[in-house]
Ligand binder design. Structure first.
Ligand SMILES: Nc1ncnc2c1ncn2[C@@H]1O[C@H](COP(=O)(O)OP(=O)(O)OP(=O)(O)O)[C@@H](O)[C@H]1O
Ligand SMILES: [Mg+2]
Length: 416
């Protein structure tokens, strides 16, 4: 298979030296069992590489398991990767196979490897060196035959210097490095990608593709693209959907290309009036969201008291059809309303009890929760947009951890 066929098969657009070189290395290394580390800024297109490596290797009929290490909570990552024994911790009701066991004979893709907790790094080093691992809560040594491909968008040198990543593990993973250059260093790919994305969106939205005049094309090619291909894709979609005219000139495109003062840094907050305003706007929305949650919590408290009072007075006996909602009112352990837990579970249709008098209240409640979820989605999208898809900064601005953000992006299936 030559490089053009590979691009076609995996939907890769571009013909720059850096991209071709990366594909070349992936193809060369695929038949070996060497570990590969793919590094590059966020949005540069790393995710397709482990698939190329797997598909072009003798393991292609084995399983391919992709794990986003940044999205798994620290407390469960060992168990997810290596499995656990029944009773290893509270809630471990049965034995569980880990991804390393599931991928036996195949390939495991460890995305966002820089996010791996240090204790997990020790286990990973062992499995890389000897193929041996132990399930959480077990002292029995198990074996697995897995090819590891990892990816990172953080600077591993810094992570090592800061003591967040083990140097020995880094060298072990980095047997073959593949570096994805940022989009601004592959200028000739920018327009090719733009044309592909604009024609894809034209098909999707059933409208003619947008076209750029010479000035707009120059601006597109000269832009720094801090969010790389992901940002180019998002912006092409925005223009395709929002602009009435299909011929885009310099003035029109400028509105979609945010100005960035640093190299890859999003506009520094406080340095420009514009982003300040944006951030203030954003904070206000967050405050509103918190207020809504706070009010809901208060309403729930009142409701609980009311039900409790009525039940004690004997005005209400717990009918079977009420049991569900009463249980819901008291479901959190500390007797307090936990917004996250409830918002999530109540978003599902099954949370409403079937035909009873209570249903009206429940429906109202469900609706409120759903709109909260919508608000949350909207805020997450806004934050991602503001930072051109950079999740770290987006999470910071949202006031949640990066892990929580990952989880929510996954849960709400928010397009990256
Ligand atoms: N060469 C390319 N041709 C076509 N689409 C591409 C190309 N490179 C990236 N993309 C698209 O750009 C988006 C971002 O790519 P990808 O998810 O691989 O980024 P990433 O490097 O893994 O970023 P992150 O570090 O943030 O996870 C995806 O929708 C992907 O399909
Ligand atoms: Mg990725």
């Amino acid at each position: 298979m030559d490089i053009q066929q590979i691009k076609q098969r995996f939907g890769i657009i571009g013909n720059s030296f850096g991209l071709n070189r990366a594909i070349d290395v992936a193809v060369q290394v695929a038949p070996t069992d060497l570990a590969v580390l793919i590094s590059g800024e966020s949005g540069t297109g790393k995710e397709v590489f482990p698939q190329i490596i797997h598909q072009m290797s003798a393991r292609k009929h084995g399983s391919y398991v992709a794990v986003n290490c940044g999205a798994i909570p620290e407390g469960t990552i060992d168990s997810e990767l290596f499995g656990h024994e029944k009773g290893a911790f509270t809630g471990a009701l049965t034995d569980r196979k880990g991804y390393f066991q599931e991928a036996d004979g195949g390939t495991i893709f460890l995305d966002e490897i820089g996010e791996l907790p240090l204790s997990t790094q020790v286990r990973l080093l062992r499995v890389l060196e000897t193929g041996e691992f132990m399930k959480v809560g077990s002292s029995k040594v198990l074996k697995t035959d897995v090819r590891v491909v990892a990816a990172t968008n953080v600077d591993m040198d810094t992570a090592i210097k800061e003591g967040k990543f083990r140097e020995d593990l880094f060298y072990r993973l980095n047997s073959v490095p593949i570096k994805m250059p940022p989009l601004r260093e592959r200028a000739e790919d920018i327009y090719l990608l733009f044309r592909k994305f604009s024609s894809d969106f034209a098909n999707r939205y059933r409208m003619p593709a947008i076209r750029l005049n010479a000035e707009a094309k120059d601006l597109l090619m000269g832009y720094r693209w801090p969010g790389n291909i992901r940002q180019l894709k998002n912006i092409t979609e925005q223009i395709s959907v929002i602009e009435q005219k299909r011929d885009i000139d310099g003035e029109a495109i400028t509105q979609y290309l945010p100005y960035h003062s640093g190299d890859n840094l999003p506009a520094i907050i406080n340095s420009s009036g514009d982003s300040k305003a944006k951030s203030a706007d954003f904070n206000t929305e967050r405050e509103i969201l918190y207020k809504v949650l706070f009010d809901m919590k208060k309403d729930m408290g009142d409701l609980k008291k009311l039900v409790h009072g009525l039940m004690q007075e004997g005005n209400v006996t717990a009918q079977p059809e009420h049991a569900n909602i009463i249980q819901k009112l008291y479901q959190s352990e500390d007797g307090d309303f936990v917004p996250e837990k409830n918002v999530q579970s109540i978003g599902y249709p099954s949370a409403a009890p079937a035909e009873s008098n209570v249903i009206e209240d429940t429906e109202e409640f469900v609706e409120e929760s759903l709109s909260l979820a919508d608000k949350e989605i909207e805020l997450i999208k806004k934050a991602l947009d503001k930072y051109n898809g950079k999740r770290k900064q987006a999470a910071k601005d949202l006031g949640i951890s990066e892990r929580t953000l990952y989880r929510k992006i996954k849960e709400y299936k928010i397009e990256g």
